[in-house]
Design a protein around this ligand. Structure first.
Ligand code: PEP
Ligand code: MN
Length: 343
C-alpha cells in the first residue's frame, strides 16, 4: 500500500501517519519527492486491513499497488516525475543532454572534455573517478583525486556532474562531491550499495544491468526509493546480445516500457551501448525518437589517447552532429532543452 500525502502536509502530519502504521504492526518508508511525499507501507494483509489513515490530516490518497515495485510504479502517479540534478531538470517536459569523459584522467583532460560538452549544449557533465573495469590491470580511475577534479571543473564551467560509486565505503565521499550518483551496470543488483545511496539525499542514476529484466531494474530502483529517495533516473545502456559486432544492444523498447511501468525519468546512453563512435549518433537519435528524457554520451579531446573507452568517445564532427540533433529533435517532440533552473 502507498499513502500519498498532500503537498501541504507537515512533518507532524507525516509522523502521525507513520506512527499509526507502526503501532498497528506495519513498517513505513517515507519518500520525499519534489511535489509530494509518499509513504510506502509494508505489512501483512491483516495489518493493512487494520489501518485507518484515510481521514488523517495531510493524507491525500491511499492506494494498493499491484506491481512488485511499489514506490517507483507508474500506478499512483498522474504525471511522470522530474528529477533535479544541481538545478538541471530531467523529466517528461524537457530534454537533458549529459556529456563528458568516460573517466577523469587529469585536470586538463577533464576540463577540455567539459568545455567540449558545454559547447555542444550539454547542461550536465559525466565522468568516472571510480571505474568498474573487467580487468584488474586496467586503469581503475583517480578515485578521490578524480572527484576533486570534477568539483573544480564544475566550479569553472557551472556544469553539475554525475559520477559512479562502486563501493559502499565510498558512498559518503562521492555524495559529498557529486550532484548525482551513478550506479553502474555491474552493480545494478548490489543491494547493499543501492540501500546506501538511497540514504544520501542526492539524485541517483541507475544503469540497467547487463541482462536485467525490466522488473529487476525497477526493483533495484525500489531499493533506493524504499530508503527515502525518489530522485531516481533510469539509464538504458544496452544489454548483452549474441551479436559481437556491437558491444551491447540498445533496447529502445525500454524507453516507452519504463514510461508505462514507472514514473521515473529514463535516459539512454548510446556510447556504452555501441562501444564504437560511428554508431553513437544514430543510436542517440533512436533513443530520443523513442521518447527518452535525456541522453548521456562519452566525449574526449583526444580519443586515441583515452585510458578508457576511446573508441566510443565523440569529438569534432561526430560531437557537432549530435549537438545539432539534440538542439532540433527533442523540440520536434514537444520538449524544451533542460537548462539550469534555480530552486
Ligand atoms: C560508465 O558510464 O562509465 C560505465 C562504466 O557504464 P556502464 O555501467 O553502463 O558500463
Ligand atoms: Mn565507459
Amino acid at each position: 500500500m502507498v499513502i500519498v500525502m498532500a503537498a501541504a502536509a507537515t512533518q507532524a502530519d507525516i509522523e502521525a501517519v507513520t506512527s499509526h502504521i507502526e503501532v498497528h504492526g506495519g513498517q513505513a518508508f517515507v519518500s520525499r519527492g519534489i511535489t509530494r511525499t509518499i509513504i510506502g507501507v509494508v505489512g501483512t494483509e491483516a495489518v493493512l486491513e487494520t489501518l485507518d489513515v484515510a481521514g488523517m490530516t495531510g493524507v491525500l490518497d491511499t492506494k494498493r499497488i499491484t506491481a512488485a515495485y511499489k514506490l517507483v510504479a507508474a500506478e499512483n502517479h498522474t504525471k511522470r516525475s522530474t528529477v533535479r540534478v544541481g538545478g538541471v531538470p530531467i523529466g517528461p517536459d524537457t530534454f537533458t543532454f549529459i556529456a563528458g569523459p568516460c573517466a577523469v584522467e587529469s585536470p586538463d583532460q577533464a576540463m577540455e572534455s567539459a568545455l567540449m560538452a558545454k559547447r555542444a549544449g550539454a547542461t550536465l557533465l559525466r565522468g568516472g573517478a571510480y571505474k568498474p573495469r573487467s580487468s584488474p590491470y586496467a586503469f581503475q580511475g583517480l578515485a578521490g583525486a578524480g572527484l576533486k577534479i570534477l568539483a573544480e571543473v564544475r566550479q569553472e564551467t557551472g556544469l553539475p556532474f554525475v559520477t559512479e560509486v562502486l563501493d559502499v565505503n565510498d558512498v559518503d565521499l562521492v555524495a559529498e562531491y557529486a550532484d548525482m550518483l551513478q550506479i553502474g551496470t555491474r552493480n545494478m543488483q548490489n543491494f547493499g550499495l543501492l540501500q546506501a545511496v538511497g540514504s544520501v539525499g542526492k539524485p541517483i542514476m541507475i544503469k540497467r544491468g547487463l541482462s536485467a529484466t525490466y522488473e529487476e531494474w525497477l526493483m533495484a530502483a525500489e531499493y533506493v526509493a524504499q530508503r527515502g529517495n525518489l530522485d531516481i533516473v533510469l539509464c538504458e545502456r544496452g544489454i548483452r546480445s549474441f551479436e559481437p559486432t556491437i558491444r551491447n544492444l540498445l533496447d529502445v523498447s525500454a524507453v516507452p516500457m519504463m514510461q508505462l511501468l514507472s514514473h521515473l525519468p529514463i535516459i539512454v546512453d548510446p556510447s556504452h551501448s555501441a562501444g564504437r563512435r560511428d554508431l553513437v549518433v544514430p543510436l542517440a537519435r533512436a533513443g530520443i525518437a523513442a521518447g527518452a528524457d535525456g541522453v548521456m554520451v562519452d566525449v574526449h579531446p583526444h580519443p586515441e589517447q583515452a585510458l578508457v573507452d576511446g573508441a566510443q568517445a565523440l569529438h569534432g564532427a561526430s560531437l557537432d552532429e549530435l549537438a545539432d540533433i539534440v538542439m532540433t529533435l527533442p523540440a520536434l517532440l514537444g520538449r524544451t532543452s533542460a537548462a539550469y533552473q534555480a530552486g
